[in-house]
Ligand binder design. Structure first.
Ligand code: SF4
Ligand code: SF4
Length: 82
């Protein structure tokens, strides 16, 4: 969870297309808050701690196979945050 310049808490959803993922490890290595990980036996990328996502979108930009999409959650999809 991250805050914008107005102190509003934002949450993000990370979508990984496992049919496109080629297990290169770029996304989970680049993700500073360790939101992403991988799942044996194919080591496809998975989302582990979505609540820690800052929305930096590095995973989306650096994935060589366009397998990752990061979006801010809308009011309708956002979880209640204290
Ligand atoms: S960067 Fe893309 S291809 Fe590489 S492991 Fe992550 S999702 Fe898969
Ligand atoms: S947007 Fe940034 S913080 Fe969120 S999963 Fe991707 S690399 Fe990690």
């Amino acid at each position: 969870m991250a805050k914008d310049g107005k102190g509003v808490k934002r949450t993000y959803e990370i979508e990984i297309d496992k049919t496109l993922c080629r297990s290169c490890a770029v996304c989970w290595e680049i993700c500073a808050p360790d939101v992403l990980g991988f799942q044996a036996p194919l080591n496809k990328a998975i989302v582990v701690t979505p609540q820690a996502c800052t929305g930096c979108r590095l995973c989306e930009w650096l994935c060589p196979d366009w397998a990752v999409v990061v979006r801010p959650k809308t009011d309708a999809t956002a979880e209640a945050v204290a």
